[in-house]
Design a binder for this molecule. Sequence first.
Ligand code: ADP
Ligand code: MG
Length: 250
Amino acid sequence: MDAGSEIIRLRNLCTAYEGERIPAIRNIDLSVSSGDFVCVVGPNGSGKTTLLETVNGILRFTSGLGEAFGLDITSNGNAIRRRVGYVIQNFEIDPFSPFLCKNVVMSGRAGKIGLLRFPDSRDWESVRRSMDLVGMSSYWGRPVGKLSGGEFQKILLARAMAQEPDIFLLDEPFANLDLRARSEVERLLSRIHADGSTLLMVSHEVNSIPRPCTHIVVMDGGRIISQGPKDEIIQSGIIGEILNMRRTRG
Ligand SMILES: Nc1ncnc2c1ncn2[C@@H]1O[C@H](COP(=O)(O)OP(=O)(O)O)[C@@H](O)[C@H]1O
Ligand SMILES: [Mg+2]
């Protein structure tokens, strides 16, 4: 992708869950361009995961315009998902999960491999490289069920990297991590960004924006209430207002 070209374009977009009258996200205007590192912050329930799943075409938007790579999201879901590295929120892993780290990372290449062939040496090389980059190569043959939260988060990142996507979507990449794991993951995101990748991440932690982030989007109640270049948003004081709002709400 050429630096600066628009990857995601949402205009007055709404997504309502089936049977719900009020959309979970409303009147969303958002652009993400190649090379951006966009951080969406907002309290729990503000619509962040819904936004990511709409961008990915997992959820169907109900009105407005939604495009990724210049394609309408609704009618090009599969093509879009092949180019999007989606790092799902790291929930508790089943401690008895039999899946090995190398296979979980390889599953990121499913779209590239397709149904008609098996992984070849190029695929395994890409898995090896991704696990090296996240510092997890010694976990190659270990079951994911035995990993700590931070280790599993790095495997999820390696899985997305093995896909060689044109944009990363990250859902709460710092949730459930201790301070050390958190700074490791932050360093990895910086590195992915420095290597020329585009990132759209969401987080409920308003007061800890990753350093290399270029743009901040603030969501509340399913709407974007503010967005702009990182420094502008931080100087505007809106982040402090949200923290105060939350304190007085209890
Ligand atoms: N499958 C669903 N069906 C109906 N409502 C949902 C569903 N998933 C989420 N919601 C609602 O949509 C809103 C936004 O949720 P979500 O996008 O998960 O927020 P966040 O990721 O910011 O915590 C919330 O009010 C939530 O209860
Ligand atoms: Mg969420």
